[in-house]
Design a protein around this ligand. Structure first.
Ligand code: AMP
Length: 426
């Protein structure tokens, strides 16, 4: 199918062509006609599937087909997202796809001055993207009028429920007109999501993109069984040896992300940490620097990384495995996006064996183990957490030697050189 067959107007088709998209992704193919027909939708799709264009394009089309309202334009579209990063990216998508249309879009989220947002809202906007907390603040101060909303989108609804936003969402819904079109996007269908969709959606059409898309064939996945104390050195080596230019690294805690970042910097690798304790400015700067290739590694926690949209991210590393198996799918969905190839590497300690077990159960298959990590061999017990067991073999106590700039690594032995050349071939 081509975009031409989706009944979109020329200004939208032009914007799509300028983005270089040649054909709709599966979720776009399914969701766009349903949304254009005016029906509610329950869509199972995660970041990386093209879901944002899947709702932004038909919404823009529907707005464009209506008579243009008088200025200041009332809010006709409300999109709720769990995080500021995702909110910014959704706004960017509306602006990109709507660049040839006379429509306005804006975003509000916490962590920045509310006054500037109030001023901007007074000028009017057709599309408002918001995180729930800040939107409620604005509603309580009577600075936002939602009485003209025709399209209500809950993006990454499962995340919003995980983050405890259900009461806020309910309050927002009470401020919306009864007559409206509702679109709910969620990567997973929990009991809570089903309950929410039963309340919110009116005879919805279900659109599901198979889970396989999340771990698409284009993503090469591998596991390095490794002791905790060797993880950082191995990561530095992987970055230097592979001459990686852009890698997103997941750490479990904010503190862990900061510490790892400092250690990588000592290895000469340019990096920044992205987590909830950073100011909005610091987060924007880190993300901007990463996108502009000014830094090589972005170390993020799961919450901070939600919704990150970085085109063609080549490498994702799970420095720590996520506690929730579904998060693995979200994390590696950052790579191999929209047709590009990607690599997802997990550094797994014996203590994390049970987490790997849960992930493989969810995926329904085993992830390739790298047999020769260049470090002591460790065994992973997938059924439960276990104490590290090291096998005496000829690699004991041999470490990769790292140079001070982190780029050129000198390997200690010939078998390690072989390991390097294997790495190069990977
Ligand atoms: P999303 O799932 O909305 O976060 O989108 C993931 C990425 O896919 C974004 O970088 C989009 O720019 C890109 N994308 C969306 N639709 C298409 C398409 N039809 N063809 C190629 N890339 C796309």
């Amino acid at each position: 199918m081509s975009f031409d067959q989706l009944n979109l107007s020329p200004p939208l088709l032009q914007a799509i062509a300028e983005q270089g998209y040649t054909k709709p992704t599966p979720v776009q193919e399914q969701a766009i006609p349903v949304i254009l027909s005016g029906r509610d939708i329950l869509a199972g799709a995660q970041t990386g599937t093209g879901k944002t264009a899947g709702f932004a394009l038909p919404i823009l089309e529907r707005l464009y087909s209506q008579p243009m309202p008088k200025k200041p334009h009332p809010i006709r579209v409300l999109v709720l997202t769990p995080t500021r990063e995702l909110a910014s990216q959704v706004l960017e998508s509306f602006k990109t796809y709507g660049k040839h249309l006379p429509l306005f879009s804006d975003v509000v989220f916490g962590g920045v001055s509310i006054h500037a947002q109030i001023k901007r809202l007074q000028r009017g906007t057709d599309i408002l993207v918001a995180t729930p907390g800040r939107l409620l603040d604005l509603m309580q101060q009577k600075k936002v009028d939602l009485s003209h909303v025709q399209f209500f989108v809950l993006d990454e609804a499962d995340r919003m429920l995980d983050m405890g936003f259900i009461r806020d969402i309910r309050k927002v819904i009470t401020a919306l007109p009864k007559q409206r079109q509702n679109l709910l996007f969620s990567a997973t269908y929990s009991k809570e999501i089903k309950a929410l969709s039963a309340q919110l959606l009116n005879d919805p059409t279900e659109v599901a993109v198979a889970r396989e898309n999340a771990t698409a064939d284009k993503i090469t996945q591998s596991v390095y069984p490794i002791k905790q104390e060797n993880k950082r050195e191995l990561l530095s080596w992987l970055i230097g040896d592979g001459n990686w230019q852009q890698v997103l690294v997941f750490a479990r805690t904010k503190h862990g992300a900061d510490r790892l970042c400092k250690q990588l910097m000592r290895d000469g690798i340019r990096c920044a940490a992205l987590h909830g304790n950073k100011s909005q400015n610091a987060r924007n700067r880190a993300l901007g620097d990463f996108k502009d290739n000014k830094i090589t590694a972005l170390i993020a926690t799961d919450i901070a990384a939600r919704g990150l949209d970085i085109d063609q991210l080549p490498h994702v590393v799970n420095f720590d495995l996520p506690a929730v198996a579904e998060d693995y799918v979200h994390r590696i969905g950052r790579t191999g996006r929209a047709g590009a190839e990607g690599e997802a590497i997990s550094l797994v300690t014996p203590e994390e064996g049970h987490l790997l077990g849960a992930i493989e159960k969810l995926l329904g298959r085993q992830i390739l183990r790298v047999a020769d990590t260049g470090y002591e061999t460790v065994e992973l017990n997938l059924s439960k957490s276990s104490k590290p067991k090291s096998k005496p073999n000829n690699q004991r106590n041999r470490r990769r030697k790292t140079s001070s700039n982190g780029n050129k690594r000198h390997l200690a032995t010939s078998s390690e050189r072989q390991a390097q050349s294997r790495g190069n071939r990977r």
